[in-house]
Design a protein around this ligand. Structure first.
Ligand SMILES: NC(=O)c1ccc[n+]([C@@H]2O[C@H](COP(=O)([O-])OP(=O)(O)OC[C@H]3O[C@@H](n4cnc5c(N)ncnc54)[C@H](O)[C@@H]3O)[C@@H](O)[C@H]2O)c1
Ligand SMILES: [Zn+2]
Length: 352
């Protein structure tokens, strides 16, 4: 088992990583907790240790569950089940569950403790760590949320055994991101070591900048285009998974940095290094066949991080930094020349 401490001043918390760590829930609960409000989904085939008193609350599957309506209903169900401030919420699932459970815990009784038991690779290396929890509005993804640090996070790598291959691939998109944020070589490490190494990097960013005023924003590497690709997918009914979209976004960010002269040319070492990492993790750098560049650029301009023109996290002589004000024409040009998936032949379904 690996233990990474998120050393936030005054409220540090542990992240345990390894097979079976969900069984250690009793050890990491805040003292005095009497009862657990377990938030999970029917499609999560794992449970908590049965010695703990648990009230179970299921939420729907997928992004539709990330709504204020679901959070409100959940809080109502907590109240009807008699959950009090001396109890704790446990989110058992992927990023959708940890976002919804985290926000419900932040709001219920003005905040009760939450422990995340992350069961997807994406939640283990990213969503469950760092206290950001948010839900979607019709106007955009993650527009409403809170910073609510968990009391502990359990990344049980045994639970990854049942994770569908497409979800594992999505998690690898975030692993790829950490490859450019100082995690070091991932290829030779076990899955536990990979998760623990990513958690350690995320923890260091969170401790340095809990509220995303500066350095933490670098965790959005690859995400400006990724969010637009996800939104475009939602609009036309072909959703691209978050991590897959991040993979494309990383390759695009490298090419954009090269085009802007921040790093060597578009065929240079840095771009090649991005492609190597993506391919080693079984990810594609290609845009979906039907991606509409103009629509993607307008979606990126609406991204909540776009306070001054289009904002990207880009590589440069000083490493990664947040670069605002990238002209839309330049973004359009680099996007138009970005590799694409071949168009499906007649009769072929979408291939995700
Ligand atoms: N708050 C943050 O800091 C943060 C960071 C990154 C991503 N996110 C959010 O995370 C969400 C995506 O999370 P995700 O990729 O984990 O998807 P997800 O939570 O939708 O999980 C994917 C699917 O796998 C199922 N599942 C979960 N664990 C399983 C298991 N062990 N075996 C079998 N099935 C299992 C789920 O029920 C779901 O159907 C997005 O909404 C994204 O915005 C949040
Ligand atoms: Zn992400």
């Amino acid at each position: 088992m690996w233990r990474v401490d998120v050393d936030l001043p005054g409220r540090p918390y542990p992240v345990l990583v390894g097979p079976g760590v969900r069984k250690r829930l009793g050890e990491v609960l805040p003292p005095g907790v009497r009862r657990l409000a377990l938030v999970t989904q029917a499609s999560v085939p794992w449970t908590l240790p049965d010695e703990l008193p648990v009230a179970r609350f299921e939420i729907p599957d997928g992004e539709v569950a990330k709504s204020l309506a679901v959070v409100g209903e959940l809080c109502g169900r907590f109240a009807r089940a008699g959950i009090t401030r001396r109890d704790a919420v446990v989110g058992l699932g992927g990023g959708v569950v940890t976002d919804v459970a985290g926000l419900a815990a932040a709001l219920y009784h003005r905040g009760i403790p939450v422990v995340h038991v992350a069961t997807t690779l994406l939640a283990q290396v990213d969503a469950a760590i760092g206290g950001k929890c948010g839900v979607n509005l019709p106007e955009g993804k993650n527009l409403v949320g809170a910073f609510w640090q968990p009391a502990a996070v359990l990344c049980d790598t045994e639970t990854l055994r049942t994770l569908p291959a497409a979800e594992l691939r999505s998690g690898r998109g975030e692993l790829a991101k950490y490859a450019f944020l100082g995690v070091g070589d991932l290829e030779t490490r076990s899955i536990e070591e990979q998760v623990a190494a990513c958690v350690a990097v995320k923890a260091s960013f969170v401790v340095a900048d809990e509220r995303e005023g500066g350095r933490r924003a670098l965790l959005n590497y690859g995400h400006t285009l990724a969010h637009a690709l996800e939104a475009e997918g939602l609009a036309d009914g072909r959703p691209l998974r978050h991590g897959e979209a991040v993979g494309v976004g990383l390759a695009f960010a490298a090419r954009l940095a090269a085009h802007l002269g921040r790093i060597d040319g578009e065929d240079g070492d840095v771009v090649a290094a991005h492609l190597r990492v993506l391919h080693a993790l079984g990810l594609s750098e290609r845009l979906p066949a039907g991606a509409d560049c103009a629509r993607l650029v307008s979606l990126m301009a609406r991204d909540k991080k776009a306070t001054d023109g289009l904002t990207f996290v880009l590589d440069g002589p000083a490493g990664l930094e947040v670069v605002p004000g990238v002209p839309a024409e330049v973004v359009t040009e680099v996007l138009a020349s970005h590799p694409r998936e071949p168009a499906p032949r007649n009769g072929d379904g979408p291939e995700r």
